[in-house]
Design a binder for this molecule. Structure first.
Ligand code: GLY
Length: 420
């Protein structure tokens, strides 16, 4: 079959890498792709957020199945356009994607099914929001309701920070995403990510992971899109996963179906674990980045069969065949990230590195320039390895990092510290 993947980051390189290993895949196109994806698939130029253009591209290229990587095309209704045109796709409708595209919507769903989460309130003007913060006190969490490229959540440890976040959001810093604001109680505990495939009805857990959001070692410094991840996350024990399935995931999926907006795709639950209890922090309606890279490393070719089963409503026939191992990915980012950074520096030494089912360098922000791989974003490479233990995966990943010649980039040297 001919498959199109939408997106061009490390997540999509990992998806493409897993899909290519499956003999069902005859032709793989990734739009826009990047320099790493270009080595294993065809890259195409396409406005991935315009459903009618994506449908037209699929018809012209006889695409049978589309995997939608990022949240923006999902929120824009690209899955709806594909389904209406009779093209199978992996990823939820725009209505169901509100589980990520509206924080208030997710909280309403949690309330409707009594799923454990932080107490919350929504505001569409700053005065009442400020009063609520003063009444509640800090620490407190302020969230722009809409999609804000991962920057719309402020965990305020003092009242002044929370009030400043209200000014920024209602002042237009996040555009329309900040027109409404959700304020939540601060939750203590350890955060981990839980990934569940859903076909509208059946839910199939496919793994756990933990990422490192802060730029600096010891989880210090500003937030980033993620500086590294590993899977499984030992903190999310089987008992806690069962609890999350019973109290949060299955009730959510049932409520979405009841409301006439069945959820299809991967449901990525950010969970807070505290004293043997899980609570929902947030949902995302796509794979995490870089969490996808470690999940794909562990799932391999079966990822395509599972995603097809989601699209075709036959997840009840599937099970996940896990290699009983661990995977870790280390993000190499351009110096200065997440602040100002330069693009265009050459990354050397990649050709000499292994590229197999245990060791892979997934490209995040790269492009080809006269045959050279050059940095083209903040997060540039995801150096990923599997091992019988997390320690072994880590040693393999850092051995590859050390073989990469890129003075203009950096990484954290402590990925996995919590689990190790
Ligand atoms: N790594 C966090 C995310 O993808 O949202």
């Amino acid at each position: 079959m001919n498959i199109l993947v939408l997106g061009g980051g490390g997540r999509e390189h990992a998806l493409a890498w897993a899909i290519m290993q499956n003999p069902k895949c005859d032709r793989l196109i990734v739009a826009p792709g990047n320099a790493g994806i270009d080595q294993i698939a065809e890259c195409a130029v396409l406005n991935a957020e315009d459903g009618s253009l994506v449908v037209q591209f699929c018809e012209e290229n006889a695409v049978d199945f589309v995997v939608i990587g990022p949240e923006a095309p999902l929120a824009a209704g690209v899955a709806d356009a594909l389904v209406a045109a009779g093209i199978a796709c992996f990823g939820p409708s725009a209505a169901a994607a509100r589980l990520e595209a509206s924080k208030a919507f997710t909280k309403e769903i949690c309330d409707a099914v009594d799923a454990p989460t932080a107490a919350w309130a929504r505001f569409d003007e700053p005065g009442a929001a400020r009063d609520y913060i003063r009444e509640k006190g800090a620490p407190i969490v302020v969230k722009a309701d809409g999609l804000a490229a991962g920057k719309g959540v402020i965990v305020a440890m003092d009242e002044a920070t929370a009030l400043a976040a209200i000014d920024d959001m209602f002042g237009g810093e996040f555009g329309a995403a900040g027109a409404e604001v959700v304020i939540e109680d601060f939750m203590r505990g350890e955060e981990a990510s839980f990934f569940v495939l859903v076909d509208g009805e059946t839910c199939l857990p496919i793994g756990t992971a933990q990422d490192h959001k802060r730029v600096g070692e010891g989880d210090t410094g500003p937030n980033t899109g993620g500086m590294g991840a590993y899977s499984p996350a030992p903190v999310l024990t089987q008992a806690l996963q069962d609890q999350a399935m019973e109290q949060i995931i299955r009730p959510t999926v049932a409520e979405m179906a009841r409301r006439g907006m069945p959820y299809q795709g991967v449901l990525y639950a950010g969970l807070m674990i505290d004293r043997g209890q899980v609570r929902l922090v947030e949902y995302n309606v796509r794979f995490g980045d870089p969490e996808c890279q470690v999940l794909m490393m562990r799932l391999g070719a079966q990822a395509l069969d599972l995603m097809l089963a989601c699209a075709e409503g036959r997840l009840d026939e599937c099970r996940v065949n896990w290699a009983d191992d661990h995977a870790m990915t280390v993000v190499m980012a351009a110096n200065g990230y997440p602040g100002r950074y330069e693009k265009g520096s050459e990354v050397r030494g990649l050709d000499a590195l292994p590229a197999n089912s245990r060791e892979m360098v997934f490209h995040a922000g790269t492009r080809l320039d006269h045959g050279r791989v050059v940095a083209n974003g903040g997060r540039v490479l995801n150096v990923t390895a599997r091992g019988a233990t997390l320690q072994q995966a880590r040693e393999r990943a850092y051995a590859m990092v050390d073989a990469i010649d890129w003075p203009e980039g950096f990484c954290r040297r402590d990925i996995g510290w919590r689990a190790l």
